[in-house]
Design a protein around this ligand. Structure first.
Ligand code: ADP
Ligand code: MG
Length: 295
């Protein structure tokens, strides 16, 4: 299947930088973020310096409340740094834009719209011609394996299928940056693994820059080129680990000694951040401990 083609008025998928362009897609430069007023202020993120290359897959791992979503929201343009700057292609982020798409833990689909209608709603309302959005939707529905479910309503879909609708909806505008905030946190471990493989397949096809937040160490190692471990709040990058396994990856990687070693290294560092036992819901040691819900 070919990648989503460009269309006038729509941002094309452009993973590989054009010549002369910086390959640095997203840069956090000396970023801190403080919420609240002086009397009751709270530093969520501090001394955050991170450079993410075009088409790189970077996971952010860290204890609950350490500022992972805050960091991502500053890339999305939902929040702004208190000090420092967040740059997209070398320019400060001033708000949301179609070249960045966000996938959340909950799909938040419109229950009265079909799978297809949910996927095309955004681009349709932004004026993409019908032929074009239907062509893209068909391609993406096949890519996320929902062919045959186009006319189903969200209540007729499992949690994993709803997440696939959300991913197709995010990709239809051809974003260069895909921001995923614990996208599979509510799925059972079997479905999760399928979704992780799907992310890698979609990357292979569309080559977006992906920033992927997770609690799950194994998930982070499996999907990423690089894993950033954040400290407890105020969140800083405590550890950056390259996952030098070629893509596409298969489940064989998960049982390899290298995978186990990387997982152990990250887990040890994460445990030190979370504290003694970590507490329920804070750290998923591996897929077997992942939260179970629907699929
Ligand atoms: N809009 C907000 N207003 C005030 N405090 C916030 C806001 N968003 C997040 N926080 C606080 O900032 C800290 C980091 O939150 P968040 O980035 O959501 O952490 P994480 O995603 O790592 O769990 C938390 O203590 C959270 O309560
Ligand atoms: Mg969060």
């Amino acid at each position: 299947m070919s990648a989503i083609s460009s269309h006038s008025g729509v941002v094309p998928m452009r993973a590989v930088p054009l010549s002369g362009q910086s390959a640095d897609k997203v840069v956090f430069s000396g970023v801190s973020k403080t919420y609240g007023s002086k009397a009751a202020s709270m530093v969520a993120v501090e001394s955050f310096d991170v450079t993410i290359k075009a088409a790189e897959i970077v996971s952010i791992l860290g204890p609950t409340g350490c500022g992972k979503s805050t960091a991502m929201n500053m890339i999305a343009g939902f929040e702004f740094p208190s000090t420092g700057a967040v740059l997209l292609d070398g320019k400060p982020v001033t708000g949301p834009g179609p070249e960045r798409a966000v996938v959340f833990q909950q799909a938040a689909l419109f229950p009265w719209l079909s799978c297809l209608e949910n996927i095309v709603l955004g681009v349709k309302s932004r004026g993409m011609p019908r032929d074009e959005y239907l062509r893209r939707a068909e391609q993406l529905i096949a890519a996320v394996r929902l062919t045959g479910f186009e006319n189903h309503y969200p209540y007729q879909l499992s949690g994993g299928m709803q997440q696939r609708v959300q991913i197709a909806r995010a990709l239809i505008s051809g974003p260069e940056v895909l921001l995923m905030d614990e996208p599979f946190g509510a799925l059972d471990s079997q479905t999760r693994l399928m979704m992780q493989e799907l992310v890698l397949q979609l990357w292979q096809e569309y080559k977006p820059t992906i920033i992927f937040i997770t609690h799950d160490v194994a998930e982070a190692v499996f999907v990423s080129d690089r894993v950033l471990l954040m400290s407890r709040r105020p969140g800083r990058v405590k550890l950056s680990v390259e996952i030098d396994e070629k893509k596409p990856r298969t489940q064989d990687f998960i049982s390899s000694p290298r995978f186990v070693e990387l997982q152990k290294q990250l887990l040890t560092a994460l445990r030190a951040e979370v504290g003694e036992l970590g507490g329920p819901g804070q750290v998923s040691l591996n897929k077997a401990t992942a939260k179970t819900a629907d699929h």
